[in-house]
Write a protein that binds this ligand. Structure first.
Ligand code: CTP
Ligand code: MG
Length: 581
C-alpha cells in the first residue's frame, strides 16, 4: 500500500490533463469537487450560513480543476476525520442546532439526510473541535449493565429545547441519498431532446452526489475508529464504485483495511548499535493473517459498532470479508483487508473514466439498463456483476475502429519507473502521468456508441472467446465458463466466473432486442408533442422486456422481434397518427 501511495503521489505531481478532459466531466466532479459551503461562527452570537470562498488549497495535485484519485481520497478522509454523524429529531431547529454545535468550533459544512430517521453530517474546522464536542457528550442514562460504553462519532441529539414543537414541518432541507425509481425517471428522460442528452441526464441523476461521497468516507472513518482499538495507525479506505467514478446512489460501500501505513514498517535495521523491534505472532500464511484480522474486527463491529447490524464474517471467500449494514447511512458494507489489487483496479477504472466523458456516460447507461432488466442484482448470484459489465464497456470502447480508450498494455508501456507496481506477483503497473496518454480522435456520439455496444455483444462469440482489456482483443477461452473476462491484473482469474449460461443468454437476448429497437426510426425520434410523456430513445430501452422467459440464444435468434417490441412500435405509430376528432 505504501508503494501504491508513493506511486499516486508521483502521479499527482506529474498530473496533466489531456484535451478531452475539458469536454465536461460529470462524474466525480459533482461528487468530489463542489466548492464547500462554509458556516462562519460570528463571535459568540448568531450563526450565519454563508457561501464563502474556500481557503487556498494546495493545487500541486490538481490541474485545470481535475484532481487525482489519491488526492481526492486524502481530502475526503481528512474531512471525514473532522466530521460527526448526529441522529436528530425530525423537527430539530436548524439554527439552534448549529449554534449549539458551534460552541465547540467553526462548522465548515453540514447537511441533513433521512435514513431510518433524520441525520446530520457536520464537518468541523479542526479535529480538536470534534474532541471538545465528544468530551461534552454523555453516555445514555439507562441500565448500565445492558449498554456497552463504546464512544464514537455517531451521536444522538437529546436536548428537547432544540426541537421546534411549534413547527409541524421541520423545513430542514434533506439531501437525498437514494435515486428515484427508474420507472419514474423514464418519464423525465422522455422530455430530453436527444439520446445523447438522455444518457448524460441519466448519469447526472444517478451518480454519487458530493454529500453521498462525504458520507461514505465518514462511515469508513467511523469504522476506522473501531479497528483502531487493535491497530491504532490503520486506515480504512473506500474502493470500488464508491470512488472509481462509476458508482450509482445506493451502491454498496467496499472498504479496505490498510495496515501498510503503520509506522516502523519497512524500516531498515541499523547496521550497528542497539535497536528494538516489536515481538509479533506469526501465522501460517498472509491469507490466515487477513482472516484473523477480519475475524476480530468483524466481532468488534458486531458487538460494539453503533449502527452496524447483520454482521456476517465471510472469511472463506477468495477475498475474505466482513459484510454488514450500516443503518444510519443506509449503506451495505463490505470490509476487506489486504486487497491491494482491487485498489489498483479501482484506480484503473477511475483513470479510464477520466480519459473521455463518454466512458462514464456509457458505463452508467449500460449499468442502469442492466439493472432495469434484472441482468445485474444487488444479491450475489450467477448474474453479471457491475464490475464485469464495466469491463465489458471498456473492452468495447477499445475495440472501436478508432479506439476511444487505450489498452492496459499500452498504459503499462507508457509507465515511468515510479509507476512500477507488483502486487503478489501480479504486474499492476500502468502510467500515472495522464499527459503521456495520446487519445485518438474518435468522434462517435453517445447514441452511436450505445447502439454499437448492443450490436457488439448481441453477436460476440462468447462460446469461444474471452474478453481481455489488457490486450484490447478477444482471445481463445483458457477455461470452460459461459462468460470469460480476464481479470486485468490477476490475469489467471475470470472476473465473471460466477455467471451461468442462462444469465449470459438473457444478456445477449436483451442486447439483441435493444440493438433492434435502436435501429427502428420510431424509437429514436423524440415524441409526445407538448406533453412529451411517451417513452422514446433510451426510455424505451429501460421499459420492461419480454426477454425474461427466453431459454436459449438459438431460440432467440429465430424471433428477433418480440411481441413487446411489435406492440410498442404499434403504439408509437398510433401516437403519431394525426387526431381525427
Ligand atoms: N473486483 C475485482 N474482481 C472481481 C470483483 C471485484 O477486482 N471479480 C474489485 C473491483 O475493483 C471492483 C471492486 O472489487 O470495483 C468492488 O467490487 P463490487 O462491489 O462487486 O463492484 P463495484 O465496482 O463496486 O460495483 P457495485 O456498484 O455493483 O458495487
Ligand atoms: Mg461495490
Amino acid at each position: 500500500m505504501r508503494l501504491f501511495a508513493s506511486i499516486l503521489t508521483a502521479m499527482a505531481s506529474s498530473f496533466a490533463v489531456c484535451r478531452l478532459h475539458m469536454r465536461g466531466r460529470v462524474g466525480l466532479l459533482k461528487s468530489l469537487q463542489k466548492p464547500d459551503t462554509f458556516l462562519q461562527r460570528s463571535i459568540g452570537t448568531d450563526i450565519v450560513a454563508a457561501q464563502a470562498e474556500a481557503p487556498p488549497r494546495d493545487r500541486s495535485d490538481e490541474k485545470d480543476g481535475y484532481k487525482f484519485l489519491h488526492a481526492l481520497q486524502v481530502e475526503r478522509q481528512e474531512q471525514a476525520e473532522r466530521s460527526v454523524l448526529i441522529n436528530c429529531h425530525s423537527r430539530t431547529n436548524e439554527k439552534k442546532f448549529l449554534k449549539y454545535l458551534s460552541k465547540h468550533g467553526d462548522i465548515k459544512k453540514y447537511f441533513f439526510y433521512e435514513s431510518y430517521g433524520l441525520y446530520a453530517v457536520v464537518e468541523f474546522a479542526k479535529r480538536e473541535d470534534v474532541a471538545s464536542l465528544l468530551e461534552r457528550a454523555v453516555i445514555p442514562n439507562v441500565n448500565h449493565e445492558s449498554m456497552v460504553p463504546f464512544k464514537s462519532r455517531l451521536l444522538s441529539l437529546r436536548n428537547l429545547s432544540l426541537v421546534d414543537l411549534s413547527n409541524q414541518q421541520s423545513g430542514l432541507q434533506c439531501h437525498p441519498q437514494t435515486t428515484i425509481p427508474i420507472n419514474e425517471f423514464i418519464k423525465r428522460l422522455s422530455k430530453e431532446e436527444s439520446i445523447d442528452q438522455q444518457m448524460t441526464s441519466l448519469t447526472e441523476a444517478y451518480q454519487l452526489t458530493e454529500e453521498n461521497s462525504r458520507l461514505r468516507f465518514l462511515v469508513c472513518s467511523l469504522l476506522k475508529d473501531i479497528a483502531a482499538a487493535y491497530f491504532p495507525e490503520c486506515t480504512i479506505k473506500p474502493f470500488g464504485s464508491s470512488v472509481n467514478g462509476f458508482g450509482k446512489l445506493g451502491c454498496d460501500l467496499d472498504m479496505f483495511l490498510d495496515l501498510d501505513g503503520i509506522s516502523g514498517r519497512n524500516v531498515k535495521m541499523p547496521k550497528s548499535g542497539l535497536s528494538l523491534e516489536y515481538q509479533m505472532k506469526r501465522a501460517n500464511s498472509e491469507r490466515a493473517v487477513t482472516q484473523s484480522i477480519l475475524s476480530v474486527i468483524g466481532e468488534c463491529v458486531d458487538q460494539f459498532g453503533p449502527g452496524c447490524v447483520g454482521v456476517q464474517k465471510i472469511l472463506n471467500a477468495r477475498c475474505p470479508l466482513v459484510r454488514f449494514a450500516h443503518q444510519p447511512s443506509g449503506f451495505q458494507c463490505d470490509l476487506t483487508a489486504n486487497n491491494r489489487v482491487a485498489m489498483k483496479s479501482t484506480e484503473l477504472l477511475y483513470l479510464y473514466g477520466e480519459l473521455d466523458p463518454r466512458v462514464r456516460s456509457l458505463v452508467f447507461t449500460v449499468r442502469c439498463w442492466a439493472r432495469a432488466h434484472g441482468v445485474t442484482s444487488s444479491i450475489p448470484g450467477a448474474w453479471i456483476s457491475n464490475f464485469s459489465l464495466t469491463v465489458m464497456v471498456l473492452f468495447f470502447l477499445q475495440k472501436r475502429s478508432i479506439p476511444i480508450i487505450p489498452t492496459l498494455d499500452h498504459l503499462r508501456d507508457l509507465a515511468g519507473p515510479a509507476d512500477k507496481s507488483v502486487i503478489e506477483g501480479n504486474d499492476c503497473t500502468f502510467v500515472s502521468d495522464f499527459s503521456k496518454i495520446q487519445l485518438k480522435s474518435n468522434t462517435e456520439t453517445l447514441e452511436q456508441l450505445l447502439c454499437e455496444f448492443f450490436e457488439f455483444y448481441a453477436t460476440f462469440p462468447f462460446s469461444r472467446m474471452s474478453l481481455n482489456i489488457r490486450k484490447g482483443k478477444e482471445q481463445n477461452k483458457p477455461e470452460v465458463a459461459p462468460l470469460h473476462i480476464q481479470n486485468p491484473f490477476e490475469t489467471s482469474l475470470n472476473v465473471s466466473k460466477n455467471v451461468n449460461a442462462t444469465q449470459l443468454d438473457r444478456f445477449v437476448a436483451l442486447c439483441q432486442e435493444s440493438s433492434w429497437l435502436l435501429q427502428q426510426g420510431e424509437t429514436n425520434i423524440p415524441r409526445g408533442g407538448a406533453s412529451m410523456t411517451a417513452a422514446w430513445g433510451l426510455a424505451t430501452l429501460l421499459l420492461p422486456s419480454q426477454v425474461a422467459g427466453i431459454k436459449s440464444r438459438k431460440k432467440r435468434k429465430l424471433e428477433p422481434a418480440s411481441e413487446r417490441i411489435k406492440g410498442l412500435l404499434e403504439s408509437l405509430k398510433n401516437k403519431n397518427q394525426p387526431k381525427t376528432s
